[in-house]
Design a protein around this ligand. Structure first.
Ligand SMILES: Cc1cc2nc3c(=O)[nH]c(=O)nc-3n(C[C@H](O)[C@H](O)[C@H](O)COP(=O)(O)OP(=O)(O)OC[C@H]3O[C@@H](n4cnc5c(N)ncnc54)[C@H](O)[C@@H]3O)c2cc1C
Length: 260
């Protein structure tokens, strides 16, 4: 069985978020980590390796510094590392990101693709399902438990206060929740090995199925019109009514504005 796990390097937002004066994220001031949902997805893949001898490939699209994260994944137990990087791929929105990753995956053999549900920086939760759509694969989002039986993935999919159990024929794509499991630590031996292991690096020319119109900034239909970290507060209103009248007034205002 061959499993591909898409992992993204993201700024660690636990200690707060740093902004540049122009309102963009100050990535240099924040630690870079493996996206938490992706780490759980990787752990799920490594458990399939422990159980069935699955081959686990980790793939990322990003800057060359993302190799640190790939080596971390290798030190946890991944077998192959792929970095997709090229200046012409920069400025990609989710459409261009998923088109590029799907083109990279078309170069590989796979039975199962795992992505995180959501990246903690971009936060859209679009890339996983979009990759599946590009590749014509069934997708199960919000995976909270995963087993493989006779060519099928048996997936518990989180749903409000309950879960669905879905049986999906392989190959398929699952998007993992951080709650899926407790990711293992790197081992000392594999940390050393990770520095000798090859990071396969692909650029634009290696992505033969990727069309120019679907990549980079020019191939990104989403345009950021404005970014702001400040929530504007409206002017306050002072009212002088008794309790009952105040409640009636508040109800009228809230329903009038369709808040309740
Ligand atoms: C116009 C525009 C320009 C942008 N320019 C930039 C830019 O210059 N630099 C920049 O960093 N961001 C840029 N972004 C943000 C970029 O769109 C997102 O980071 C990216 O598309 C992924 O979306 P997301 O973070 O919401 O991922 P989600 O959809 O929340 O991610 C879900 C899962 O998909 C997988 N995944 C997502 N991205 C990757 C990846 N790169 N590699 C491997 N797996 C992945 C992971 O498993 C992840 O858990 C730009 C966005 C727009 C709209």
């Amino acid at each position: 069985m061959k499993v591909i796990v898409c992992i993204k390097q993201v700024p660690d937002t636990k200690g707060g978020v740093a902004f540049n004066p122009d309102g963009t994220l100050n990535r240099a001031a924040m630690l870079a980590i493996m996206n938490p949902d992706d780490k759980a997805g990787l752990e799920a893949a490594l458990r399939l390796k422990d159980q069935y001898g699955a081959e686990v490939t980790v793939l990322t699209m990003g800057l060359p510094k993302a190799t640190d994260m790939l080596r971390e994944a290798y030190a946890m137990g991944a077998d192959k590392m792929i970095l997709v990087t090229d200046r012409v791929l920069g400025g990609a929105d989710t459409w261009a990101t998923s088109s590029t990753i799907a083109a990279a995956i078309r170069n590989l053999e796979y039975d199962l693709i795992i992505t995180g549900r959501q990246a903690i920086d971009g936060d859209t939760a679009q890339v996983g399902p979009q990759i599946a759509e590009h590749l014509g694969l069934p997708v199960v989002s919000y995976t909270q438990n995963l087993k493989i039986e006779d060519g099928y993935a048996i997936v518990e999919r989180q749903f409000d206060d309950r879960y669905h159990v879905l049986k999906v024929q392989l190959p398929c794509l699952c998007t993992a929740l951080a709650e899926l499991n407790e990711p293992r630590y790197m081992t000392v031996g594999r940390i050393f090995d990770s520095f000798d292991a090859e990071v396969i690096t692909w650029g634009r020319k290696d992505l033969t199925t990727l069309e120019d119109k679907n990549m980079g900034l020019a191939g990104s239909p989403t345009k950021i019109a404005k970014a702001s970290d400040k929530v504007k507060k409206g002017k306050g209103v002072k009212i002088n009514l008794d309790t009952e009248e105040s409640v009636a007034y508040l109800m009228e205002q809230l329903t009038g504005k369709h808040i309740i």
